[in-house]
Design a protein around this ligand. Structure first.
Ligand code: NAD
Ligand code: TDX
Length: 339
């Protein structure tokens, strides 16, 4: 069994590569990643020496290169994590989101058709459903909730989802799609809420909370997401969409306060800054389908997962300090200086 994992040098993709190498020592895992600002080979350093692992520095939009990797590897399964993934960047500069997230998906599916891939899995997001109001805690996203996007990022992910379903219906490509809620855990890039707050708090820097901090996200430990994708690859029904989420809704401000408490830092570091444009209020996934059909349940509760995550950032300062000392510093100044 050969699995191509795109975006495997990023946050969730690298956790998935590690999870699969450990669980299936007889599978061959081929990681394709362009190594954008968000991809880092040091994230995969413990995998690079494995005999059944190959890394290809390739852009998913590069048709010739992608077809050549497929020709060499003849993959059974393709799992597409590769994407531009940060909402704030999509508001600053949407174009690369459309190129990578939509056209890159098309190239991968064309190669999957050509080489008779048995399963093409698209890693999507709960953000394709838009947001829910704060005063309707009874409402959740199901797989039949209409697509209703807010940001260029979520619009690009929704476009890709529609294209994936079109390739299934028109060409019979054996696809599945998963739509997961917010992940957290090791190797999360420090531009995202949880690692950004941990890194800033450790350096006694201001903790920039957008708006009033009342927006709600539904957090899932990254390994639980990896387990869900594994179950979909091995037991999911072709042509279907699966929502993934652990019913763990939290307000942003409560997360930031918790991080201060765990690190013994004062809440006076919290600084309220200008809100994100088009900021989604609440995400909340109903995971009933994947639970009933595939027996998936989240295993790491947030109270434990956040401690594991903070411990990981304390034990792996080199990894994130390298990142925040480089090009990322320009991004940070641009986004937060006059906010
Ligand atoms: P990430 O930004 O940490 O990693 C993305 C990876 O894709 C990086 O390694 C980057 O180098 C690579 N990449 C980007 N453009 C590429 C291109 N053109 N060709 C090849 N590689 C390219 O993202 P993440 O948070 O790990 O998210 C992974 C996937 O999961 C994305 O598709 C995202 O939409 C989805 N998702 C993320 C979350 C979350 O909470 N982070 C939740 C649900 C779904
Ligand atoms: O500095 C910050 N301050 C702040 O208040 C940052 C970076 C974020 N926030 C808020 C915005 C959101 O309400 O925290 C919340 C979480 O923000 P992000 O970490 O940027 O995640 P989000 O916008 O919810 O999107 C994430 O989940 C869905 C991922 O980045 C997406 O790739 C995924 O699809």
């Amino acid at each position: 069994m050969t699995i191509i994992v795109t975006g495997g040098a990023g946050f969730i993709g690298s956790n998935f590569v590690r999870y699969m190498l450990k669980k299936y020592p007889l599978y061959r895992i081929v990681c394709i990643d362009k190594l954008t600002y968000a991809g880092n080979l040091s994230t995969l350093s413990d995998c690079l020496g494995s005999e059944n692992f190959r890394f290809c520095k390739t852009d998913i939009c590069d048709r010739a290169e992608i077809f050549s990797v497929f020709e060499e590897e003849k993959p059974d399964i393709v799992v597409n994590f590769a994407a531009e993934s940060h909402v704030d960047r999509s508001i600053e500069d949407p174009e690369v989101f459309l190129t990578t997230n939509i056209l890159g998906t098309q190239v991968l599916m064309d190669a999957s058709r050509e080489y008779g891939v048995k399963r093409y899995h698209q890693v999507s997001t709960d953000e394709v459903y838009g947001d829910l109001p704060l005063d309707r805690p009874d409402l959740f996203f199901t797989e039949s909730t209409p697509i209703h996007t807010s940001s260029p990022y979520s619009a690009s992910k929704a476009s890709a989802d529609l294209l994936v379903l079109a390739y299934h219906r028109t060409f019979g490509l054996p696809v599945t799609i998963s739509r997961c809620s917010n992940n957290y855990g090791p190797y999360h890039f420090p531009e995202k809420l949880i690692p950004l707050m941990i890194a800033n708090a450790l350096s006694d820097k201001p903790l920039p909370v957008y708006g009033e901090g009342l927006n709600v996200r539904d957090w899932l430990y990254v390994e639980d997401h990896c387990k869900a994708i594994d179950l979909i690859l091995h037991g999911g029904t072709v042509g279907e969409v699966y929502n993934i989420g652990g019913h763990n809704e939290m307000k942003n401000i409560d997360i930031v306060r918790l991080i201060c408490k765990e690190l013994g830092k004062p809440e006076s570091l919290i600084t309220y800054v200008t809100d994100r444009k088009g900021h989604d209020m609440r995400y909340a996934i109903d995971p009933a389908k994947i639970s009933a059909e595939l027996g998936w349940q989240p295993e790491t509760m947030f109270a434990d997962g956040i401690k594991l995550t903070i411990r990981w950032y304390l034990d792996n300062k080199d990894w994130w300090q390298d990142i925040i000392s480089g090009e990322y510093r320009n991004y940070y100044d641009k986004m937060y200086k006059n906010r």
